[in-house]
Design a protein around this ligand. Structure first.
Ligand SMILES: CC(C)(COP(=O)(O)OP(=O)(O)OC[C@H]1O[C@@H](n2cnc3c(N)ncnc32)[C@H](O)[C@@H]1OP(=O)(O)O)[C@@H](O)C(=O)NCCC(=O)NCCS
Length: 329
């Protein structure tokens, strides 16, 4: 019998826009304060894209860094996947723009959308493609410019989000199996709790829809919080069960960085000590698709997780969607 094709992580990368928006800056924009934002969310600052920067620019920055870490040329990629809720345009896809910016042609490129769980959904896609033999080397990117769909007069949401991109290069391997397991879930009945009403077939753009701010995010924070905790716990448990690994085997828990209190509650329920939990929420805010991959990249670069060690990635987002993955760095 032929040996099963595994997935090897070749390299990761991140890109953050230069501009940093601090809690003090937000105090000048809406009725909020550093103490409220810090105690309720754990956030201190977030990156904000420059007016001329678009999502594929951030994706390109992260991709070039990931390719450098992978020590391969862009021409070796045979599929580009981009997870985003803030694509350059409604269509064509950000993945197509990224393909051109990387100087590539002809290889398939598409976006996928699962809100803040999008990167984990992307991992599942990439793993399946590689294991089936359909594609060999995949560039998977999580990129979002949430500042473009934020209502900057709404203190309930505008303090929570930021911009950034992360990328990973994955390839087929006979020896390694770094994406040990991925587990996904969704429950569309919760869509009224976190959404952007305008821009799709329900509410095409009109002068009225823009005036009503339908092209910015709407979120029912408390209910989202209440659901995020059990679903992230479930995602971690299911990914662990699929992997055949135990929590004791895991070096680092890398959760979606949506709220420090959500992260603490999930860690407590899973019985994971906080010093085994990766946190960068204070520097990034919630960057949706980019969150788990930029966190993984930083954890690798800062030595919080070393070659051969296992991490659990967990995310939750609008839809609702959720996902967990056990990976070997
Ligand atoms: C949004 C969130 C931080 C709010 O925290 P909370 O403890 O639930 O706060 P509440 O919504 O109960 O609001 C408490 C009070 O703070 C106020 N408030 C909200 N945002 C504020 C801000 N930025 N500054 C100061 N006060 C604020 C509210 O208006 C409310 O005031 P009121 O009691 O006078 O009505 C929290 O619910 C959350 O993080 N939810 C999940 C969000 C999320 O993860 N989204 C993405 C999913 S991927």
């Amino acid at each position: 019998m032929n040996k099963k094709t595994g997935v090897k992580i070749l390299g990761t990368g991140s890109y953050f826009p230069k501009k940093i928006l601090t809690n003090a800056d937000l105090e000048k924009m809406v009725d909020t304060n550093d103490e409220w934002i810090t105690t309720r969310t754990g956030m201190k600052e977030r990156h904000i894209a420059a007016p001329e920067e678009v999502t594929s620019d951030l994706a390109l920055g992260a991709s070039l860094e990931a390719l450098k870490a992978a020590k391969i040329d862009a021409s070796q990629i045979d599929l580009i996947l981009v997870s985003t809720i803030t694509s350059d345009m409604f269509f064509p896809t950000t993945a197509c723009y990224l393909q051109t910016k990387l100087g590539l042609k002809d290889i398939p490129a598409y976006d996928l959308l699962a809100a803040c769980s999008g990167f984990i959904y992307g991992l599942a896609n990439a793993k399946a493609y590689i294991e089936s033999g359909m594609y060999k080397t995949i560039l998977l990117v999580g990129a979002d410019i949430l500042s473009r769909i934020t209502d900057w007069t709404d203190r309930n949401t505008c303090v929570l989000f930021g911009d950034g991109a992360g990328a990973i290069v994955l390839t087929a391997s006979e020896e390694d199996d770094d994406i040990v397991s991925v587990s996904l879930g969704a429950d569309g009945s919760y869509s009224p709790l976190l959404y952007m009403y305008g821009g799709g077939s329900v509410c095409p753009a009109t002068a009225e829809s823009v005036a009503a701010k339908h092209h910015t995010m709407t979120m029912h924070g408390k209910e989202v919080f209440r659901n995020a905790v059990p679903k992230m716990v479930l995602a971690a448990e299911q990914a662990l069960e699929k992997s055949g690994k135990k929590l004791e085997d895991i070096k680092l828990f890398i959760p979606h960085q949506a709220n420090m209190r959500i992260i603490e509650a999930v860690a407590k329920k899973l019985n994971i000590p906080m010093d085994s939990v990766f946190i960068n929420i204070h520097k990034t805010g919630n960057i949706s698709s980019a969150t788990t991959i930029t966190a993984l990249d930083e954890a690798i670069k800062t030595g919080k997780i070393k070659k051969g060690e296992l991490a659990v990635l967990v995310a939750f987002g609008g839809g609702f969607t959720w996902g967990g993955a056990v990976i070997r760095v």
